[in-house]
Structures are given as C-alpha cells and as structure tokens.
Design a protein around this ligand. Structure first.
Ligand code: PEP
Ligand code: MG
Length: 571
C-alpha cells in the first residue's frame, strides 16, 4: 500500500520509521505532601546527574567542532554550580514544590537576571540556561529529548512528524537520517527550502501518517511519484531499488552539462545561480555547474547556535564563500528573520500574522546593531571577490535610503580605519512585496540589481499564507495576477537597463522554465541540484518559441488554462 503526498525534494529514500512527536510539557505547580520531600529531592538529583552525563556524552560527539564542545563545557560548568543545586533543593524542601516547578522557578529567575545585565556575554548565557532547563525538565519527567544533531544509530531512519522547523532540519545528522515525511508542511516554507539545499528526500501533506506508522516500520519515499510505502512487499521494494539506481545514473549523466553554458538553440543566454543557506552548501556549487551564488540566505547562519555571531565570525564566514567562488558573483542577502524564521536567543513578539509583521529589514530599525555588524562583515569580505548586497522585503524608497545610509556610514568608518573593501560594491533588493513590484521602476533608479522573490510575492499578491496547509491549494505562482506582475517587474527594470533575477522556488520548477525564459529574465537562482536539469531544458529550447509561449500564457484569464498550456509544452 502507498500514501500520496507532495514531494519536497525528490529522489528515493529507504529507512526505518522514526516517529517524532513534539511534547506538550506542562509544569506541575501544585504542592507536594511533606512526606514526599525526600522522594522529590531524589527525583531531581537523578535527573540532575542524568543531565550532566548526557551533556558529557554530547560533548564527546562534538569532535572537530571546537565551538560546540566549548558550549557544552559551559553547560556542565553551570550545572556544577553548587548554589544552583542548593536553591532548587531548598524550594522543594521549604516551599513543597515539585522538582519540575523548583527547577523552572530557579532557572527562570536566573534567566531574567541575566537578560537585564548590560553585558552581552552574560545576556547570552541566558540562552544556555534555557537549554539546560529544558533538558532537566525532560529528564525529571522521563521524556527523551531528541538531538537531531547527535542522533547516532546503526541503521538509517526516515523521520515521521507533524511538522519540522528550519532549525531542526539544519541540525539533521544525514549520516543516519535518510529523509522525512510530514503530515503538514508547505513546499515554499523555509524548512522545505533547506531540505532541498541539503538534498534531503522528503514529502509533506500525508494526512494522519503519524497514526498509520509505528517506530521501525519499513518506509520508502518515492519522491518521483509523490508516494510513501509502508512495509511494502519484497517485490515492490526490489522494483523501487532498481528505479533508484537508474535515477542516480540519470542524475550523474546530467552533471556532464556542468561546463556548458545555459543558452538556447537560438543564442539566448541566461545565467544560472545557486541559492545557499550556509557555507556547507558551497561544495556542490561547481559540481552542478552554478555560475555564482544568486541568493545567500544568511539568516540560517544565525540559527543552531546560542548567540549572534560577531563581526569577525561573520566576516570569516562570508570571506570563505567569496574566496571559494573566486571571481564568480556572490549575492549575500542581509538577515531576513521573522515570518517562519526565529532565533532561540532573540525575543520575537507573538503576532497574528508574522509574515506581515516584525520581520526582515523592519527589525533593523529596532535593532540597528544587527545590520551594522552584518554589513561591516559583508563589505569587508567584498575585498576578496565579487560580492553583491541584497536587501529583503523592501516596500519603499525610504527603506532603500535608510539602508544605503547605513552602507555609507560603514564605508566611511572602514575607510577611516584603513580597512580594505570594494568601494563599488553592488547593492540590490528583492522584489517580493506587491509594493516593491509596483514601484520597481523607481527602485531601478536607486539600486544596481534585482531579484524577484516569488515565494513571498505569491503569498502577498494572492493573500494566501505560504505556510498554511489549509489554503495550500490556492498557493500558486501560476495565477494570471502573479505572472502578469512578474512581467511588469521585468519590463520596468529593463527599461532602466538593469538586470533581473528570479530566486524563488519557481526558478527550479522544470515545467515553468520556458515560460520564465520567455518572460525575459536575465538570471535564475535556485536550489543547486536543480541546475543540471534546468540547463538541459534551456539548451533544448528556442527563445523565439519561449516568448510566444509566455505571451500566450499572459493572455490567459484562468489558471487552469495556464496549467493546461504548460502541461502540453512539458519537456
Ligand atoms: C522569496 O520570497 O521568494 C525568497 C527567495 O525569499 P525567502 O524564500 O527566503 O523568503
Ligand atoms: Mg522572501
């Protein structure tokens, strides 16, 4: 039997089911009876010892990662503080608190104290305490806390979950995790975007999969046919293994295109760039034949850690990418937080509509140190290659002026300090809000280059939350309104002789490539592993017929007719 879903990253994956359930932890704040004091102290001490033991074990697994090792050394040091232990035991004894409540109270008080100290180092320690508190409470309640980072097994697993966050997927240890299956999720969420860049075979939207699968069931994801098989027959297993083998061979043969340009039969040249989310993604860039980095989503650098990276650390990270890319362009997008991307060490308000809320460059106004530090690091890295700065979620020229002023301040300061940088560094913005789309001509007077973010643009034009499974049937960039606005953006910017890239997930959609060619894009930036197949289509297309195709599509009034035309033209 198989279940149908929506593939996030295709391919085939075989493994044992590993069910992951988010726990809803409720802290018991009732009082214990006085004859239970010793028992409760014992519960705490057992959990306390277990927590130290776990941190020591994790530390051992951090071979080769000095930062992480130091982090866990710090955790063990905090836990070794006798006064912390005494305070918790005193609360159990004198106030008759349950161990879990005493731990919550003592550590939360400490966190609040740390958060108000005017020293960044101490403020950051508050996040360490959050981690420690979580693990202590899980151990008191005897619940396993899963570290995706350190999961060590002697077989491969496929994770089955309701939903997974970007920071969880970033932590996946791919030596053991072969893929994942979700009940919920959405194709353009950042969890899905990271999965594609990490090439994790995955599938979403399989209703009630958590009820249909138990741990250790044999699972197969067939990402080509959007299917999941549970404990299937030997026969089907064998057939899928054979298909997997030929899929890998086909993928390998496409790599032969890597040195060839993305050019149509009749000579239209388009550039194909890679989207990356961290420095590990660069190693596949040349294998797949990317001509540069069209979108470096830097916010992921700030996840899976406990504090903000400082200027030096960011500078070294960007410099590594820029040097690796030699003279190829590297478009670094400034940090784009909020929406569905949060940091464990930064407070975000609870918002009804986070995608319309405190996110992206709107955060820079309230926390200017974040953008100053990042821009200094990026601009310094510009002396090592071809760096371009890309700003997300722009809605107005005022925002552009605000950001250009910061860049000027940074440049002046670097000049005064005799620090090298490229004074002609190119500045661009994402066109991913209807507002930016409508004023794209004005923006083209002020900036050097542009990248259309169809993931956000689609959700804003259609008023359909890109992450909401309830309305996912409506989330589609092929609606006439979206396609006509894309055409308007491209033409408005071309009128000012500037170039336009498209870096949303649409750029890697095989069936849309001829349409995108016809619309007149200069560059496409996508998940790097898609580049060979996209290039193959471009090299077997004509720009003249692609233009005719796009004109015909722009004339359609109904999305179903657009889909029909694309299906007929499928390559
Ligand atoms: C987009 O919105 O299309 C985009 C590329 O940015 P992100 O997916 O990171 O929001
Ligand atoms: Mg976006």
């Amino acid at each position: 039997m198989f279940l149908n879903g929506i593939t996030i990253y295709n391919g085939y994956s075989f493994g044992k089911a590993f069910i992951y359930k988010e726990k809803n932890i409720i802290i018991n704040d009732n009082l214990i009876k006085s004859d239970k004091i010793d028992y409760e102290i014992n519960v705490f001490l057992k959990a306390y010892k277990k927590t130290i033991k776990q941190f020591k074990k994790i530390k051992l697994l951090c071979k080769g990662n000095k930062d992480k090792k130091l982090l866990f050394d710090g955790y063990i040091l905090i836990l070794s503080d006798k006064s912390l232990l005494e305070k918790i035991i005193t609360l159990i004894k004198n106030k008759l608190y349950y161990a879990e409540y005493a731990v919550t109270k003592v550590i939360s008080d400490q966190i609040n104290l740390f958060k108000n100290v005017n020293n960044i180092y101490i403020r950051e320690r508050a996040n360490d305490l959050l981690d420690i508190r979580k693990r202590l409470i899980y151990n008191i309640k005897n619940i396993d806390l899963i570290d995706f980072n350190f999961l060590k097994l002697n077989y491969k697993i496929i994770i089955v979950a309701k939903d997974l966050s970007p920071s969880q997927i970033i932590q996946f240890n791919l030596d053991f995790i072969n893929g994942y299956i979700l009940e919920k999720g959405s194709i353009t969420s950042h969890s899905s975007i990271i999965s594609r860049s990490r090439e994790i075979v995955s599938i979403l939207g399989i209703k009630d999969i958590m009820k249909k699968v138990v741990n250790n069931d044999n699972l197969i994801i067939d990402g080509i046919k959007d299917r999941v098989y549970i404990n299937t027959t030997n026969d089907i297993h064998k057939k899928l293994k054979t298909k997997y083998k030929s899929y890998l061979e086909k993928k390998k043969s496409l790599l032969k295109l890597k040195e060839l340009p993305a050019v149509t039969y009749d000579g239209y040249r388009i550039k194909l760039f890679a989207n990356i989310g961290n420095n590990n993604d660069i190693y596949n860039i040349f294998k797949y034949g990317a001509e540069g980095i069209g979108l470096y989503r830097t916010e992921f650098l700030f996840m899976d850690r406990n504090d903000f990276p400082n200027e030096e650390e960011q500078f070294n990270t960007y410099k590594q990418v820029v040097k690796f890319m030699k003279n190829k362009s590297v478009t670094i997008r400034t940090i784009d937080l909020g929406g569905d991307k949060f940091l464990s060490y930064m407070n975000f308000p609870k918002e009804n509509s986070p995608f319309l809320g405190w996110r992206s460059i709107r955060i820079y106004k309230d926390k200017p140190e974040i953008i100053y530090t990042q821009l200094r690091a990026i601009i310094r890295a510009s002396s090592y290659g071809r760096v371009r700065i890309l700003f997300p979620l722009i809605i107005s020229l005022e925002e552009v002026f605000f950001l250009k002023n910061i860049i000027e301040d940074v440049k002046t300061d670097l000049t005064n300090k005799n620090i090298k940088f490229n004074s002609k560094i190119k500045i661009g913005c994402m066109i991913e809000t209807p507002s930016a789309a409508i004023i794209s001509g004005h923006l083209a007077n002020e900036l050097d280059f542009f990248s259309i973010g169809t993931n956000d643009l689609t959700q804003f034009i259609l008023a359909v939350d890109r992450n909401n499974v309830e309305v996912s049937n409506l989330y589609n960039p092929l609606y006439p309104s979206v396609l006509n606005l894309i055409k308007y953006i491209i033409d408005s910017i071309h009128e000012k002789n500037k170039k336009v890239c498209l870096c949303g997930e649409l750029a890697g959609d095989l069936k849309c490539i001829r349409l995108l060619l016809g619309l007149g894009l200069d560059e496409l930036s996508m998940n790097v592993s898609m580049i060979p197949s996209i290039k193959k289509i471009i090299r077997s297309s004509y720009i003249t017929s692609s233009r005719r195709l796009s004109e015909k599509i722009l004339d359609q009034k109904l999305i179903k007719d657009i889909q029909l035309i694309l299906e007929k033209n499928n390559v």
